[in-house]
Design a protein around this ligand. Structure first.
Ligand code: ZN
Length: 285
């Protein structure tokens, strides 16, 4: 029997859905199986009238270490159904096309869809929130982190200018975004708060309580007004360019994938989970 990749629980008499990424043995690395399960969980929370607020969290020691680039269940070559886009199947296509089409659905498509969920979402971040992990936190409306959390986009090490959901210069100021990308260094929760990327930092032991208190405050408000307030802010962000930037930088992201595929043995510069880990360890001495 296999455990579900995403688990949903409830709190505050059902007003808060606690959606948990549940691949703790691999730091909640995201394969399409997990992302599809996450989409199911979000859809169920939207359909449930009792649920007012959704909290997204990670089981185990980390929020999410990013897209699955090295576990035995990495599923990038497998076909999967389309939900967020109408893109055609990728698995039987030549490499550059396959990667471009796959990530339209699995990464950018899902993120766009989840950012537009009509109920408020809170990312509850502890431990690593790295690369693809950032994408899941960034598409939530609010981010509350524990003091042990850290954020990083190290995909530049793989020759790629940043993760697929290219919101970096919107979730922090452009100069901070450049340093974040150029160095690939970890950003502490305190620093993330300072650059405006997250809402709150709390001690690890108080994270559950702090998020529930915040979710509870929001859950008291009228559902429709919350949905409209969310749309208003999202539309303002889109008019500042978020939606267009994500769409236009997607081409650069895939130019980089194609370049790495042409000059190394993979579209991510020959990197895998093990080599990324080794590179990080070396830097940390
Ligand atoms: Zn990519």
């Amino acid at each position: 029997m296999t455990e579900p990749l995403v688990h949903t629980g409830h709190a505050l008499d059902g007003a808060v859905a606690l959606v948990t990424l549940s691949r703790p043995d691999v730091a909640n690395a995201q394969n399409v199986g997990l992302l599809t399960a996450l989409d199911d969980a979000f859809a169920a929370a939207m359909a449930d009238d009792t649920v007012k607020v959704v909290v997204l969290q990670g089981a185990g020691r980390h929020f999410s270490a990013g897209h699955d680039i090295g576990t035995p269940l990495r599923d990038i070559h497998l076909p999967f159904g389309r939900r967020a886009t109408t893109w055609y199947p990728h698995a039987d296509k030549p490499p550059t096309e396959a990667t471009f089409v796959r990530e339209q659905e699995a990464y950018v498509g899902f993120c766009r869809r989840w950012r537009e969920l009509p109920k408020p979402t809170i990312a509850k971040v502890h431990g690593a929130c790295v690369a693809g992990g950032l994408m899941l936190a960034w598409i939530c409306d609010l981010i509350v982190a524990s003091d042990d959390a850290f954020f990083a986009d190290p995909v530049l090490r793989m020759g790629i200018p940043g993760v697929e959901w290219f919101a970096h210069p919107f979730v922090m100021n452009p100069r901070a975004a450049k340093e974040f990308l150029f160095t690939g260094d970890r950003m502490s929760a305190e620093e993330a708060l300072r650059v405006g990327m997250i809402n709150r930092v709390v001690p690890r032991a108080e994270l559950d309580e702090a998020v529930l208190a915040l979710a509870g405050r929001i859950a008291e408000k009228p559902r429709f007004a919350l949905a409209l307030a969310k749309q208003v802010i999202n539309q303002a962000e889109d008019r500042m360019g978020l939606r267009d930037v994500v769409a236009s930088t997607y081409g650069y992201h895939h130019l980089a994938h194609a370049h790495m595929a042409a000059t190394s043995d993979d579209h991510i510069g020959g990197q895998d989970a093990r080599s990324m880990k080794a590179a990080l360890k070396k830097e940390e001495g």
